[in-house]
Design a protein around this ligand. Structure first.
Ligand SMILES: Cc1cc2nc3c(=O)[nH]c(=O)nc-3n(C[C@H](O)[C@H](O)[C@H](O)COP(=O)(O)OP(=O)(O)OC[C@H]3O[C@@H](n4cnc5c(N)ncnc54)[C@H](O)[C@@H]3O)c2cc1C
Length: 430
């Protein structure tokens, strides 16, 4: 499309597997940098994934990329939550503290909105760029060869090849097998999340909870032993969502997403304040999801032995929701990988993938560690201390993580990273 700016063609051919946030971001960033992209997604109709989910958050470090995609940030802001604060309450109902995020405006945009709707905005942008998106393509296997030097995937028995493959198929990635050398299934984290999103008309009629929606958008958290409950209203209060994490028996064999029942969710909330309980009770039939949280040990590497296949997003590093960074980090992955490919050039694809891994590895695992940190702060809060120092339960919001431009950082550090890789005896592939 003529009106969308793009770097000159690099001649690099990329296959991206998976049209989630990670795959779409990688495809768009590769297209921006002049690489030629084919995106393979297993679903027959994109609506199968753009209608699923509820609240998802992008912090300034993730949304930086959206600002570079014409029209995308504007479309997202039009449907995103308008609050710049989080009100925190004790689970029995007493107000504790308001955490303001207003100062973060200087770092960039925060986008909190419906996962499916935000996903659809990005998908439509990828289509508008003219990216070759092929639906109904379930990748069965991955391979890479020395002669010719290339990588590829198998779909319905057919081999499709390119200079490299980016595996972005989420927590159940098949790309992990070739990267790790063995098959590895996700484990249960022992937790699941009840999540709901629905129109707020009934909430507005209930005097116990109407304040959540009748004055526009709101955002609140209720903190109790081993549980935190988050609720927010969006689109000028016309829609509402709530989520809370609970201990789970861990059956994730068939699916990690089941329909939930409000009466079951309420069993975890005995003794909780009427606002929380009424909100759960007001959830319409069919709007409650029991989302199993899977866990994986950090991977030793994100790239295949010949450095022509790279894992990104949840394929490489699933996040706990309390990190509020899973989606943002998946966007950063694509930005960095596309930049490393641009700087390395077609003749040096393995170098690009190694540089991508080196740039991302430490940062992504540091970000991952934020999830358990916040969860412990909330679930194990010592209330005698919290009442004296309410800021103890504020979300940890650190500039190194949030005030960060992954593209700029990759451009700045690339030469040093490549030099370090070349001098490292443990990395013989360059
Ligand atoms: C059903 C679902 C609901 C979610 N809801 C929320 C939510 O409400 N809030 C939140 O914060 N996070 C949610 N997440 C997680 C969130 O989307 C991710 O953590 C994050 O955005 C990183 O995305 P990703 O692209 O790495 O993975 P995913 O979002 O999982 O995307 C992976 C994509 O790869 C495709 N795929 C998988 N296997 C193959 C294959 N073999 N061949 C081709 N394509 C394949 C999938 O269909 C999917 O489109 C949800 C994830 C899923 C799967």
């Amino acid at each position: 499309m003529a009106s969308i700016p793009r770097h000159p063609p690099t001649g690099i051919k990329v296959i991206v597997v998976g049209a989630g946030f990670a795959g779409l971001a990688a495809a768009i960033e590769c297209d921006r940098k002049g690489h030629s992209v084919t995106l393979l997604e297993k679903v027959d109709d994109i609506a199968e994934i753009t209608r699923i989910g509820d609240i998802i958050s992008f912090d300034p470090n993730g949304s930086k990329a959206f600002e570079r995609w014409p029209g995308v940030i504007e479309a997202m802001e039009a449907i995103a939550r308008q609050t710049k604060w989080l009100d925190l309450y004790h689970h029995e109902g007493k107000f504790v503290t308001r955490q303001s995020f207003a100062h973060e405006n200087a770092w960039g945009r925060r986008i909190n909105g419906h996962r499916g709707q935000l996903h659809n905005i990005i998908y439509q942008h990828a289509k508008a760029r003219g990216i070759d998106i092929r639906l109904s393509k379930r990748v069965e296997d991955y391979f890479e060869t020395d002669d010719p030097p290339q990588a590829g995937v198998v779909v319905n028995g057919e081999r499709i090849v390119a200079d490299l493959v980016i595996a972005a198929e989420g927590v159940r990635s098949r790309g992990r097998k070739i990267v790790l050398g063995f098959d590895e299934n996700p484990k249960s984290s022992g937790y699941a999340v009840y999540r709901a999103w629905f129109p707020s008309d009934q909430v507005a009629k209930n005097p116990i909870i109407s304040h959540l929606v009748i004055h526009g958008d709101t955002h609140q958290g209720f903190i109790g032993p081993d549980i935190h409950f988050l609720a927010s209203s969006i689109k000028n209060g016309s829609e509402i969502n709530w989520v809370f994490t609970h201990i789970d028996d861990g059956n994730i064999e068939e699916s990690w997403q089941f329909p939930g029942k409000p009466e079951e969710a309420l069993k975890y909330l005995e003794g909780w304040c009427p606002v929380v309980r009424e909100l759960v009770k007001s959830t319409p039939d069919g709007r409650l999801i029991d989302h199993k949280l899977v866990y994986r040990d950090p991977l030793p590497t994100f790239i295949s032995p010949k450095a022509r296949i790279a894992l990104i997003g949840d394929s490489a590093h699933p996040f706990l929701p309390t990190s509020i960074q899973g989606a943002s980090q998946s966007i950063e992955d694509g930005v960095v990988l596309a930049t490393c490919l641009e700087l390395s050039g077609k003749a040096n694809i393995p170098q690009a993938l190694q540089a991508y891994e080196k740039i991302r590895y430490e940062r992504v695992h540091r970000a991952q560690a934020m999830g358990p940190k916040t969860r412990e702060r909330w679930h194990k809060a010592d209330w005698t201390k919290v009442w004296n120092n309410p800021e103890m339960i504020h979300l940890v919001r650190e500039p190194w993580l949030l005030n960060f431009d992954a593209e700029k950082d990759a451009y700045n550090r690339f030469d040093d990273v490549v030099a370090a890789l070349k001098s490292s005896p443990s990395k013989p592939r360059l």
